[in-house]
Design a protein around this ligand. Structure first.
Ligand SMILES: Nc1ncnc2c1ncn2[C@@H]1O[C@H](COP(=O)(O)OP(=O)(O)OP(=O)(O)O)[C@@H](O)[C@H]1O
Ligand SMILES: [Mg+2]
Length: 260
């Protein structure tokens, strides 16, 4: 069972939306998916607006688990949840676990990075987004130093860069960008009103096409997906999608610093 962490210490960037949609795509393709809500505010349940017991109806192939109800945001509650992920790994009942993280750094992120095999950093390409990058990369390096096998799979932009930023973005993190950005898409909000992921309610929407491209890059489909239409072709020349052992190397820090 692969464990994929969807992370960012910045709030409201699209982590939960990404986790739900990637889980839905993987589940739809026949993978057995465990979607793990590690956010004390219960982002997944509030997005789906449903009793998680009914999750199999909303997300075929996906089982959702979360922190104990009314849990205080204490590390012990996360440790309990992650112990369930470890048991799931050894049960052989799942192919993939997707962990949706809260916008926290510190011990929460350490624990999540410690358990995960892969991480996708979700980011908005605005100045505030870039300021969060160095701290995240430090946490990633610390996790590696502490024995985690976590690999950075890439940065997912959930807002395409403004023209004024495009060159700087490419220079700073172009090599790590996943080859699709998620556009702002009203269909995401419409799907939310139905308590379902956009990839299931509006499969032809721009955000769904992009999410399929991301899922394909990350190898989340159990079977071959339908071809991605031409308009979802990568915006960036990128090597992202490969596991990046050396992620967090100095040039990234330096370039990220230029955006302050
Ligand atoms: N591509 C998109 N287009 C339009 N709206 C979006 C898109 N992605 C996410 N949203 C909306 O933006 C809001 C924040 O998204 P989401 O909850 O996924 O972010 P988050 O990073 O998980 O936030 P938090 O840090 O609070 O957990 C939600 O209302 C969501 O519906
Ligand atoms: Mg969230």
């Amino acid at each position: 069972m692969r464990i994929l962490l969807i992370s960012s210490q910045k709030g409201g960037v699209g982590k939960t939306t990404t986790a739900i949609n990637l889980a839905a795509l993987a589940g739809q393709s026949g993978s057995r998916v465990l979607l793990v809500d590690c956010d004390p505010s219960g982002g997944i349940s509030s997005s789906l607006g449903a009793d998680l017991e009914a999750s199999a109806d909303i997300l075929p192939g996906v089982e959702i688990i979360r922190l104990e109800e009314d849990a205080c945001p204490e590390v012990a509650t996360l440790q309990t949840l992650l112990a369930r992920v470890v048991s799931a790994r050894y049960s052989g009942d799942y192919d993939l676990a997707i962990l949706d993280s809260p916008p926290f750094l510190g011990e929460w992120l350490e624990l999540l990075l410690g358990l995960s095999d892969e991480v996708v950093l979700v980011m908005r390409s605005d100045p505030m987004g870039f300021r969060t990058l160095p701290a995240f990369l430090e946490a990633l390096q610390a996790a590696g130093a502490n024995g985690s096998r976590v690999k950075m799979r890439g940065i997912l932009l959930t807002l395409p860069p403004h023209d004024r930023w495009a060159d700087e973005v490419r220079e700073a993190i172009g090599a790590y960008l996943l080859p699709a950005t998620i556009p702002h898409d009203p269909a995401v909000t419409e799907a939310l009103l139905d308590g379902r992921p956009v990839v299931l309610t509006h499969p032809d929407s721009l955000s769904s096409v992009s999410y399929r491209s991301v899922a394909e890059t990350l190898g989340l489909f159990r079977t071959e997906p339908e071809p991605v239409p031409a308009f979802a072709e990568p915006t960036w020349s990128s090597t992202a999608g490969q596991a990046l052992d050396g992620f967090g190397a100095e040039p990234i820090y330096e370039n990220a610093g230029n955006h302050r």
